[in-house]
Design a protein around this ligand. Sequence first.
Ligand code: URA
Length: 250
Amino acid sequence: MTLDPRRAQLWKAMGLGPMYRLRAAQMTVATAPLTVVDSPPATTVRARLISRLVWDELREEVANCRACRLCETRKQTVFGVGNVNARWMLIGEAPGSEEDERGEPFVGQAGRLLDSMLASIELTRVGQTQRSVYITNVLKCRPPGNRNPQPGEVALCEPFLRRQIELVSPALIIVMGRFAAQSLLDTDASIAGLRGKRHRITVAGRQIPVVVTYHPAYLLRNLVDKAKSWADLCLAREIDADVSTAQQAQ
Ligand code: URA
């Protein structure tokens, strides 16, 4: 089936890459939305389409995304790494220059600290074992000069992160840094106000516990707060144990 050129143009304008082709192939004329005038807002349509993608489609969609201007300055997108069935999912802010270069999150100095923090509680980003976590960022492209992500960029990238969370379906999420915490929890509270608490987000109808901790790059500059980040990991372990107990009781 070929895609109606007008719809193809609309989907392209929404920054959708190969997905519009994939979905066109699956869509019947009867179920396809008919006119632009009757359609929900483009961002809603886009988010709905992304929410149906499987891993390979999602990865390809991110790789080809041109929804915001970060695509003009990135070297490549940075999707995520680790166990796609992980119990723990870690979410940072956005790729930096080394991540942009290598296409993997947290591979610079902050990433090395993150790896050793994970190792201290016998977790790793490597492999697909019970000890392997999944790591990604709120933004999949590097903001130029490592500036803060802009609200429009976050909004356009959010459906990708939501779908990643849905597909991993973790028992627990750890958000690293003020920016990621505020984006995910939809709050403007400070890190100090968010740390040490049991938060929750709802993704695809499922409640997932969230723990907020410092960003590893912040810890590199503020060694004294490493003890607090250790406390955050301990809280995460406690919550994970509670989730396990609840799951076994079911
Ligand atoms: N900082 C982040 O938030 N994410 C990365 O991937 C690297 C640095």
